[in-house]
Design a protein around this ligand. Structure first.
Ligand code: 9MR
Length: 632
């Protein structure tokens, strides 16, 4: 009964926003009272009743979502309305939609003061005809900023007026028709260190975020207002920063109702326990959460086993949401793999192989579709759709691509060396305690084993680029050294944060999870891409790569006679790992070198011989090992 109450309350937020707030705050017996009232008043007329009772096998997601009084949506775009299967699938399977691009600033106000609502209105009409709820997305973002705004010069007051007028015009126009808005999107920097750069921050200052919420609330006091971001679903530095910001908003009465957890994941990387913990702490502030942009990507070869694992991911994330009393919607970022943003060039990936959604290119339901229906059916108290064996099969990670080999006994050729000889392409013994000063000099690296890296899957004819690397640790940090031979050091042609790998750069990878067979990234696995561009950027280093924002990295990069040198360190205790160097304790470890002689990368050198095809950024089972060794 209580569980049912929770979903009743959740679904009725649109018309009873304050009841939701009361639900979070009131003691249980008041809750129950409200629940009984609600059940009496509302249960009679839900969308569920519009559909005939059917066997589970044929019930759509929408029908099952309705039975849970729960919003299950998809990002949608009228650009696909000419595709009849798209239209049919969208309206049949989802009870909510989010405009994928049509409500963004650059779409709605392409010229200053001139609004174009045509595309968005098409979507609104569609939602209306098909009785779907619309999640507004988004009012203020650092992307999709029209040229006139990005290149314009505005004083703080002028920019505040621009933001105010945009929000008033858009939210005001759809008042009463759009019950919830992503007011500010992705304002927090990756890694959680303050607000990211954005025209709004530049023109107005950090208080642009709360201003946007106040304006949206004034424009439609009944709309639920969300802050929406990515890589902040579980417990990490970025979600801590989101939490701190919204906690402060709540304390100061800034009108905010919830946090959108975008959920652009890689297959196998979701940490549901962390997501549940994050949802709970936001709930304790009286805030809702919604899964707003779920897709689950596996960049190469989505085999049957991968699609099973993907189904497990969808199932578990949806279950986490349904079991969190403040999680009020689950939205996938698109309907069919065919039109996924991850396949388009504006995603920066253009990967035609990805299959991140619930329907394949022919609109056939994928294993994740049944996984979603199964959780919805079970949660509504109906017969399961999948057997327990089928569910279990979804939580088994596919066999690791490579099984770690047996290493030879440690051996020192040179007795002065502080650790045993590296095992080529498989293991590196890192001596401790050795403290390294990041100063661009190598005197403190004496007697630490060096590995030469001069082989890889991509090398120009007569390649002359290579490097040596070394690693050491003390009680606080792991230190990395890369000494690169490169006749022409190239940097400054690409964005050093997002496209560092297209110019001269070094990559160190660590898997500190204790599971060296992991086939996908999760917290505790990081790729640290460190570009030569840091030579001219000493203050705040550019570091990119999968999960790189999870750990603080210090970098010193200098020119040398032969090319360039990078020294870097990461702490042994961070939000995502806690390691103490002990002899023979192991981490997963990998090293890459990217070389460019012109505009794009033409050299890829790889240390671990398990990775023959540059897959380490997705698959940590292809790393070698870093083995700690007490130096004396
Ligand atoms: O999927 C969207 C893609 O079509 C656009 O080109 C892009 C830029 O506007 O935005 C994509 O959607 C993003 C969403 O609005 C915010 N979170 C990340 C999404 C994927 O990039």
């Amino acid at each position: 009964m209580k569980r049912y109450c929770n979903v009743v309350l959740r679904y009725k937020i649109l018309s009873t926003k304050n009841l939701f707030e009361e639900k979070v705050m009131l003691k249980d017996h008041y809750r129950l009272l409200i629940c009984v009232l609600l059940m009496t008043v509302f249960v009679g007329g839900t969308a569920a009743d519009a559909h005939p009772v059917q066997q589970n096998a044929t019930q759509t997601i929408r029908q099952l979502a309705d039975k849970n009084h729960f919003y299950f949506g998809a990002a949608a775009s009228p650009t696909h309305f000419g595709d009849s299967k798209y239209v049919a699938t969208l309206s049949r399977e989802f009870n909510m939609l989010t405009p994928e691009n049509e409500a963004k600033f650059c779409s709605l106000q392409p010229e200053q003061g001139q609004f174009d609502f045509r595309a968005f209105d098409k979507l609104m009409d569609f939602a209306n005809q098909n009785k779907m709820v619309v999640r507004g997305h988004n009012l203020v973002w650092h992307q999709c900023v029209p040229g006139w705004l990005a290149t314009g010069k505005f004083s703080r007051d002028e920019a505040i007026k621009l933001m105010h007028d945009h929000i008033y015009t858009v939210v005001g126009r759809y008042k009463g028709r759009i019950p919830m808005w992503d007011v500010v999107n992705e304002a927090i920097a990756d890694g959680g260190s303050g607000l990211r750069n954005s025209p709004w921050k530049q023109f107005i200052g950090d208080d642009y975020v709360e201003m946007a919420f106040r304006f949206a609330h004034e424009a439609d006091p009944d709309a639920l207002l969300f802050y929406n971001d990515y890589s902040a679903e579980g417990m990490n530095a970025k979600s801590n920063a989101v939490y701190a910001m919204v906690k402060d908003f709540v304390a100061r009465g800034v009108p905010i109702n919830g946090v959108g957890l975008q959920s652009h994941f890689r297959v196998g990387e979701i940490d549901e326990a962390g997501v549940a913990q994050n949802m709970k702490r936001l709930g304790d502030l009286g805030l809702q959460v919604q899964i707003t942009e779920m897709d689950d990507d596996y960049p190469v070869g989505s085999t049957a086993a991968i699609l099973q694992q993907q189904a497990g991911d969808y199932r578990q994330l949806l279950q986490t949401c349904l079991e969190s009393s403040n999680c009020t919607a689950f939205v996938t970022w698109g309907v069919t793999d065919l039109y996924s943003w991850l396949r388009t060039s504006n995603s920066g990936f253009s990967n035609p192989d990805v299959k991140p959604l619930l329907f394949d290119d022919d609109y056939q339901p994928k294993p994740a579709y049944d996984a979603v229906r199964d959780i919805l059916a079970r949660h509504a108290g109906e017969a399961p759709i999948l057997t327990d064996d089928q569910v279990a099969a979804m939580s088994v990670a596919p066999e690791p691509a490579v099984v770690q080999v047996q290493l030879p006994p440690p051996h020192k050729t040179d007795l002065a060396q502080l650790a045993p000889d590296p095992v080529p392409g498989a293991a590196y013994y890192a001596p401790f305690p050795v403290t390294i000063k990041l100063d661009g000099k190598t005197d403190d690296w004496a007697n630490i084993p060096r590995v030469t890296l001069d082989q890889g899957p991509t090398m120009p004819a007569n390649n002359t680029t290579s490097m040596t690397f070394a690693v050491a640790a003390d009680a606080k940090n792991i230190y990395f050294l890369a000494d690169v031979k490169d006749s022409k050091v190239i940097y400054g042609k690409h964005d050093p944060l997002t496209e560092w790998y297209n110019e001269d750069s070094v990559e160190f990878y660590i898997n500190a999870t204790g599971d060296l067979t992991l086939t996908a990234y999760k917290p505790g696995v990081v790729q640290l891409g460190i570009p030569a561009a840091n030579i001219t950027n000493p203050a705040k280093p550019f570091v990119g790569g999968s999960n790189s924002g999870d750990v603080p990295v210090q970098v010193v990069a200098v020119n040398t006679d032969e090319g360039y040198r990078i020294e870097a360190s990461v702490p042994l205790v961070t939000d995502v790992w806690k390691r103490v160097p002990l002899t023979l304790a192991k981490l997963g470890f990998q090293v890459h070198l990217n070389g460019a002689s012109g505009d794009a990368r033409d050299t890829k050198l790889i240390w671990s011989t398990y990775d023959t095809d540059d897959q380490s950024y997705m698959n940590p089972s292809l790393f070698g090992q870093l083995i700690f060794w007490r130096a004396n």
